[in-house]
Design a protein around this ligand. Structure first.
Ligand SMILES: C[S@@+](CC[C@H](N)C(=O)[O-])C[C@H]1O[C@@H](n2cnc3c(N)ncnc32)[C@H](O)[C@@H]1O
Length: 258
């Protein structure tokens, strides 16, 4: 499911951004309001970026994509290389960098980590609002001298990954399909940040993860990697061949036999 897009309103932070915001509203077929006054989710074009915000009391901070500063910037500078669990799970080696389809792109954080490791990453995202946030983050990253080279290895398609994967031609099949669906039971504690609750309000739980796993298994040449909260059940289907466990996250790896 793609959450409740009916509730999303597009707005602009000031007059200078109104035409840009209206163009986004038109593209996503969402209403534009200069001053949204009902409580709900708002896609706001600010001076430097596009952000998802909640209107109303106790609203969490905005959600936006930033590959240059913040947590992603920190991870880029200090976050280890091939020693990272995700690198092992995906099978990144010195002389062998796999191609990846990230079937659940979200805000592109995992895709960015994989692209930083050298992988070519084709991202698929079915929520047009999330994809818009991601494209905005990529556009800004392309202007940064350090990050440009990393995002050049990332590209984005707005589509349902089950369908996209099923329609791949033989030559387009990636080495790895990476899957990180929104877990239905992800608790408040596991979600840590309030901002992520906002993200979840937008996309909802990804109840069709078993179908996605099957599509991924049919499409990958070498392996499917599923990211899970550490203690949660595996996606229903075949048993993973390998499991990499971190502090809060687990990677279930399904090796494809030749
Ligand atoms: C938990 S988030 C992924 C977070 C991402 N790994 C990151 O690092 O930012 C899950 C995302 O996958 C998307 N999604 C889930 N199932 C999908 C499918 N079948 N096709 C495309 N996108 C999907 C959801 O809309 C949501 O944005």
């Amino acid at each position: 499911m793609v959450g409740n897009l009916n509730n999303v309103i597009v707005t602009a932070v000031d007059d200078s951004r109104v035409s840009g915001a209206q163009a986004i509203a038109e593209r996503l077929v969402l209403p534009f309001a200069a001053e949204p006054n009902e409580s709900g989710l708002v896609l706001r074009l600010a001076a430097e970026r596009l952000e998802l915000v909640q209107i109303g009391p106790d609203a969490p901070g905005p959600v936006y994509v930033d590959f240059i500063e913040g947590a992603m910037g920190h991870r880029r500078r200090f976050g280890g290389g091939r020693g990272q669990l995700v690198a092992k799970a995906v099978g990144v080696k010195k002389d062998k960098i796999p191609t990846v389809i990230d079937a659940t792109a979200g805000l592109g954080r995992d895709a960015f980590v994989l692209a930083k490791l050298g992988c070519q990453v084709q991202m698929i995202e079915r929520s047009p609002v999330v994809a818009e946030l991601l494209s905005d983050g990529m556009r800004r990253a392309e202007k940064d001298d350090e990050v440009r080279e990393i995002v050049a290895r990332m590209s984005l398609v707005v589509a349902d990954a089950c369908r996209y994967l099923a329609e791949l031609g033989e030559a387009e099949r990636p080495d790895v399909v990476y899957v990180d669906p929104m877990h239905p039971e992800r608790t408040k504690a596991a979600m840590v940040k309030k901002e992520m609750q906002l993200f979840r309000a937008l996309v909802g739980a990804d109840e069709d993860d078993a179908t996605l796993l099957q599509a991924a298994l049919n499409a990958a040449r070498k392996r499917v990697v599923v990211k899970r909260p550490r203690k949660s059940e595996a996606i229903p289907g075949p048993k993973p061949s390998l499991v990499y466990e971190g502090k809060s996250t687990r990677f279930d790896v399904y090796l494809i036999s030749a």
